[in-house]
Design a protein around this ligand. Sequence first.
Ligand code: 5GP
Ligand code: MG
Length: 179
Amino acid sequence: MIPAGFVRLLSQADILSGAKAVADRLRPQIKPGATTFVAVLDGALFFLTDLIQELAMDVKVDFLRVSSYDGGETSGDLKLVSGLMSNVAGADVVLVDDILDSGKTLAFCTDYLKSRGAASVRGVVLLAKERPRLAAIEEPAVGFRIPDRFVIGYGLDWQGRYRHLREIFIKDAEKETPR
Ligand code: 5GP
Ligand code: MG
């Protein structure tokens, strides 16, 4: 099923090979039993699962939930909706998100993790949009660099829908209104 107005960007096999490639790049930095993978809910749930299964190492997991302030023009400012369950003081953390867009989410979550005492925070995203970042972040490990258009599937939603799709779909360029 391809949602109206979207075209397929990545198959299930593409996504898995991207997760494997990222896992291979991260592996030398992972301390078995000591590194904590923190995923940004809700979208990063699927990628976290495939990433740590491909990594096949004993790692801890925890979650953050953030949302944008929905206050008109200044949206893009983030607030923490739900914080960590575990103590990351002194721990090496891998921060996992589904997609890098402006960079504000990674910047916000990195600051939060450091405020909780994380010794290091390494970002990793499945997708990164080719566009200027609006926040100063260290470039994360990236599975796929994609055009600056809206994507859905594999955890990525549109108004709460389409997260369950096994493939990733991108808004058809001809139907996209420029930002
Ligand atoms: P940033 O903070 O880097 O601007 O945006 C990252 C967050 O915005 C991601 O965690 C994701 O929730 C959401 N996001 C950014 N681009 C897209 C997109 O194309 N599709 C969906 N579904 N979510 C996106
Ligand atoms: Mg998100």
